[in-house]
Every structure is written in C-alpha cells, then in structure tokens.
Design a protein. Structure first.
Length: 294
C-alpha cells in the first residue's frame, strides 16, 4: 500500500525547497517518537507556507474572486523511528500539475537520511467547482517540479469501500470546534488522527481493555487518504475499520469516515504486526475483522 517513490526522492538534493522543522511535543505518539499524524502536520505547515505567497497574489489580482484550495488526496509514510531530539528538514517539490489540480511531494530528512515521505493532491476551485489553474500559479509550480517522469496516479479506492456495511468494526467520533480549519470543515491532519483512532480502537478490542491501550508500536506508520466530501461541524461520525490483508511483518487496514450511511472519507493504513513486548496480531485475531463483501 505505501506509495512508490523513485530512489532519487529520498535525497535532499532532489527537492527545490528545504525547510527546517523542530518537533513539538504535540507531534509525538505514545511511543515517544514523531507519529505519522505529526508528520502529516509538518507537511501541512510546509505546504501552506509554500502556497500562501502565490495565493495572496491571486487575491490581489482579483481575477478569480472567491476561490478555495481543497485537498483531494494525501499520503504519509514514516520510514524510520523519529526521535524528539532529531534535527529535521522537510523537502518540498511538485510531482504533477494537472488541469485543475497539482500534487506536491514531500520528504523528511534527519541529517541526510530520509525518514518519511508523502504527497498531497490539491484542487483549485471556485464557487462553480474545480477551475483551471491560473497561469501565474502554474508558473510558480513550474519552478518546483521534481525530476520524476512517472509520478503515480492519485489514490482511488474501489466503490465498495463507500458502503458502511463493508466494515465489521466502527468507532464513533464527534467533530470538535478545534478540528475546524479556515475552509470551515474538519482539517486534514485531524482526519488522519481519526483514522489512527479507529485502528487503535480495533487493537484495543483485540488485545486490551481499559487504561493504557494497545502497544503503541502497532500504530500505522503509513496512510493513503482520499477526501470524498467535506467533513463538517458540528456532527457525529463513525470511523469504519476493516482488515484488508498484510504479510509476515505488516497489516493493511481499510478505513472510512461515515456520516450516517454516507461516506465522506477513505484511507488505507499499514502498521506493524508485532510490538516490542512480543504482542503479535496473528491471523486468528484478524480474520474476523476482514472487509465484508457488499
């Protein structure tokens, strides 16, 4: 499930923009290292910092009136343990420019060692829907293109994944006012944390009950996310969770965000099968939680 990246993109020299980042306490997961959700927040900060000057110019030009910048998909993959005291840089570049959307690629480096990779697909939209990317924005993006001739297509789960009855396990979550971003819907980093909550709740069901929760090392290190519809506030949602497969070392989970029976978001996640204390997610534990054929 983790997205394929050319080996060149794991080197700092591949990225036209490099930004230093210092871990914050809120970026840490229960294991004391920077979590996949924390890395997602770093990517958001890097993306917004890169985009704001270009979007301010579009606003000043006044050509488009009101417009919005929406995420259609994203991925994050933590490749290695990321300690709190590490010295990190984020590389940012453009993987693809389409008619109304563009794809950023990201990498996190600890010294010159690549410890995380990711991407986001951004859609430029007006009140009428997706709109052709302005020439000025295309010019800005053109100066950041990565050397990647065969960039992968955006993540597209099958239509069966939008069926609430396909998920054998679910956890209820309510959107909070602190989850809302400037587009007045639940922020993309919050949604990744919701998916992490869903997997942790399944682990709690399988392995533990009560205070402390399941071994933190079993948390997914990689996510691929598709935004199906805006996730609004206030509302109560369910995170559907199913086991899609895996191998001797990893488990792949399918996840969906549902408002009633309507699917508003999808993700795949990959996490380890074994914890440091020897706890293992054996097939006998997982088989009863596989995705149900509609």
């Amino acid at each position: 499930m983790p997205e394929s990246h050319p080996a060149a993109l794991t080197h700092p020299a591949a990225y036209p923009v490099l930004r230093e980042v210092a871990p914050r306490y809120s970026d840490l997961g229960p294991d004391g290292s920077v979590s996949a959700t924390g890395v997602t927040r770093w990517f958001e900060d890097a993306r917004v910092g890169q985009e704001l000057p270009a979007f301010r110019r579009l606003i000043e030009d006044g050509e488009f009136g009101a417009f919005r910048i929406l995420l259609a998909a994203q991925s994050v993959e933590r490749l290695d343990h990321m300690p709190f005291d590490g010295k990190y840089r984020i590389g940012v570049g453009v993987r693809r420019v389409g008619g109304s959307s563009f794809t950023y690629g990201y990498a996190v480096f600890c010294d010159d060692r690549c410890v995380a990779l990711g991407s986001t697909v951004t859609v430029f939209a007006t009140d009428a829907g997706p709109a052709h990317l302005p020439d000025a924005l295309r010019t800005d993006l053109g100066g950041m293109v990565l050397d990647e001739p065969d960039a992968p297509a955006a993540y597209q789960p099958g239509p069966e994944r939008r069926d609430r009855s396909s998920y054998p396990f679910a956890v209820a979550l309510r959107a909070r006012v602190g989850d809302i971003d400037t587009n007045r819907h639940v922020n993309n980093v919050t949604l990744v944390s919701w998916y992490a909550d869903g997997v942790a709740a399944l682990h709690d069901e399988l392995l533990t009950s009560g205070w402390g929760g399941p071994p933190p090392e079993l948390a997914p290190a990689a996510y691929r996310v598709q935004y199906v519809a805006e996730v609004g506030y206030p509302a109560q949602y369910e995170i559907g969770v199913a086991v899609l497969g895996g191998d001797d070392d990893t488990v792949t989970y399918g996840l969906g965000v549902f408002l009633g029976d309507r699917c508003v978001g999808l993700a795949d996640a990959v996490g380890p099968r074994r914890a440091y204390d020897g706890t293992r997610l054996d097939a006998t534990l997982l088989d009863g939680w596989r995705m149900i054929a509609p």
